[in-house]
Ligand binder design. Structure first.
Ligand SMILES: Cc1cc2nc3c(=O)[nH]c(=O)nc-3n(C[C@H](O)[C@H](O)[C@H](O)COP(=O)(O)OP(=O)(O)OC[C@H]3O[C@@H](n4cnc5c(N)ncnc54)[C@H](O)[C@@H]3O)c2cc1C
Length: 520
């Protein structure tokens, strides 16, 4: 999908009215775009930076019911998320992997306690389950996770959940929506709302590359801006009450040697009462997360030193070799768009996500999680139909394949290019087109140069940061390696996007600045 095509489609609409305009291109907005476009609505999505630049590229990468919510007794939420987990695995089998987790038991009661809890989790998954949980002996536990501290270990509980690549799914959702006729643009900031008689009739936005401004008319406007929700609400009504209380979560990334093998580890109770995951991901181990209330919302949130120390301390208790700061390949932070509990509107919080409709007709969707994005989108589009006079049309996403879904056979995870699914052969062909395009970008990274060309040609990739952070996940896997290959990536992109030397230098400098925040 080419970005220029999208700009042309936007211009071709001229002053005509869209059915639905979505502000924000994270999991929530992209999900709404897929839902709306697949129902046949004229759909436009505007993202001010890159798709998934916000929270949606900074998750723990789990498609899960949420064992923590089960501990809290939130049965409805867990059941819904487990159902969505099953749907997503069917619709995006190239991205959602069946991941086995071990809960290590060091106290006598942990085996029966977590064993029973996880049997309930299995039962709640119903026919969409990923495999039965089971109690493991000490020997079996160490066989699956040989670097677990054996001293005092009594055994473990094995269970299954889903794991995915968040930013790759975001791009595939954008492609799916575009294939259904939607228009999706990154680097388009909404900075005004159009009103007539107090009602919202559209948005004003600026396209970053050209600086061109557009007034866009729509029957329904959806605010899906995550932690930035309040800024759009204030554009609508400067007196609006803040809805979001952002909370920061941090992850660290280590080499696989700290947790070799296939299994992930789930620590059910950290010092601050949360769960901690250590999960294999693209040949590394990703460990997190924290829960720190933040006052200031930043585009590039930075991990606090004490958050990194906390994770190192917690995971260090479970591993034979405790990692320290110099072992960290990358560290990243994301902001949860939590709905304020003091908000008057929390009564409507019947689930993990919240949909509100302002007096002006602005529809806001917030909260939730990646796993439930599809359900959130369905509810949002249903609200838009009910409130904006759109023709009633049925939701199709429960059985809609997501771009890249490979129907020719089961995905072999962790093989080269597996995460492209049905696009894999085209990228392999690209790698053979020009000498060097099949080469690795960096000896410590699993990516080849052809992936950058593909990203520029087919995946709306506009910057070195897009390429290294969200089309490939280089920045999250190894920040130093990502910085080292930035000049080569800039040269490849410049070639594909027809940019000059100055652009390349500016891109490398801008990337280094962002990447510095990922070094521990
Ligand atoms: C640490 C952490 C771990 C998590 N782990 C998991 C997990 O393992 N599994 C799971 O299911 N969920 C997880 N979640 C939750 C999940 O990541 C979020 O619920 C989800 O990504 C939120 O998506 P969103 O689209 O609402 O927000 P965002 O991804 O932040 O998207 C909002 C977008 O709006 C754009 N925007 C803002 N203002 C404007 C404007 N004026 N014009 C245009 N665009 C604008 C922003 O640039 C941004 O891209 C985790 C969250 C965190 C923080």
């Amino acid at each position: 999908m080419k970005r220029e095509q999208m700009i042309r489609a936007l211009e071709a609409m001229g002053g005509q009215q869209w059915d639905i305009v979505i502000i924000g291109g994270g999991a929530t907005g992209l999900g709404v775009a897929v839902d709306a476009a697949s129902r046949g609505f004229k759909t436009l999505l505007l993202e001010r930076y890159d798709f998934a630049k916000g929270t949606s590229s900074r998750s723990t990468k789990l498609v899960h019911g949420g064992v923590r919510y089960l501990q809290q007794g939130n049965i409805k939420l867990v059941t819904e998320a487990l159902h969505e987990r099953g749907i997503l695995r069917k619709n995006a089998p190239h991205l959602v992997k069946n991941q086995s987790f071990i809960v290590p038991n060091y106290k006598w009661w942990e085996g029966p306690y977590y064993g029973i809890g996880l049997k309930v989790y299995d039962w709640m998954s119903g026919s969409l389950g990923l495999g039965p949980s089971k109690l493991l002996s000490k020997e079996e536990t160490l066989q699956l996770a040989p670097t677990l501290d054996a001293e005092g270990l009594r055994g473990g509980v094995l269970y299954h959940d889903g794991q995915f690549d968040d930013a790759r799914l975001a791009i595939n959702l954008a492609q799916t929506a575009a294939q259904c006729g939607g228009v999706l643009l990154n680097y388009c900031r909404v900075d005004g709302l159009l009103k007539a008689g107090g009602k919202i009739v559209g948005v004003e936005m600026e396209e970053e590359g050209s600086g061109k401004r557009y007034a866009i008319h729509a029957k329904a406007v959806i605010n899906a801006t995550g932690v930035f929700t309040d800024r759009i609400l204030q554009l609508d009504d400067p007196a609006s009450e803040p809805l979001i209380a952002p909370s920061q979560g941090v992850h660290i990334v280590l080499d696989k040697e700290f947790l070799p093998g296939e299994a992930a580890i789930m620590v059910p109770h950290t010092d601050d009462g949360r769960v901690l995951f250590a999960v294999p991901w693209h040949g590394k181990i990703i460990i997190g997360t924290t829960d720190t209330l933040v006052k200031e919302i930043q585009e590039e949130p930075r991990p606090l030193p004490e958050e990194i120390d906390f994770i190192l301390r917690q995971i260090g208790r479970y591993l034979t070799k405790a990692p320290d700061r110099k072992d960290i390949r990358s560290t990243f932070a994301g902001l949860r768009p939590l709905v304020k509990s003091s908000s008057k509107r929390t009564a409507e919080l019947s689930r993990d996500h919240l949909i509100t409709v302002s007096d002006s007709g602005l529809i806001t969707i917030t909260g939730g999680k990646w796993t439930t994005y599809r359900r959130m989108a369905e509810d949002t589009v249903n609200t838009a139909i009910a409130r904006s006079g759109l023709t009633e049309r049925e939701c199709k996403t429960a059985t809609l394949s997501i771009h890249g879904a490979d129907t020719t056979g089961a995905t072999v995870f962790d093989t080269p290019l597996y995460y492209y699914g049905s696009d894999g052969p085209a990228i392999r062909a690209l790698a053979g087109l020009k000498s060097g395009w099949g080469d690795l970008l960096h000896p410590r990274l699993p990516y080849i140069k052809a992936e950058i060309i593909w990203a520029a040609q087919e995946e709306w990739c506009e910057t070195v940061e897009d390429a290294l952070s969200r089309r490939t996940r280089a920045l999250l896997l190894d920040a130093h390696a990502a910085i080292e290959c930035a000049p080569a990536v800039a040269a490849l992109l410049a070639d594909a996007l027809k940019k000059d030397d100055r652009w390349q230098q500016e891109q490398v400098e801008a990337f280094k600045k962002v990447a510095a925040g990922y070094l521990a």
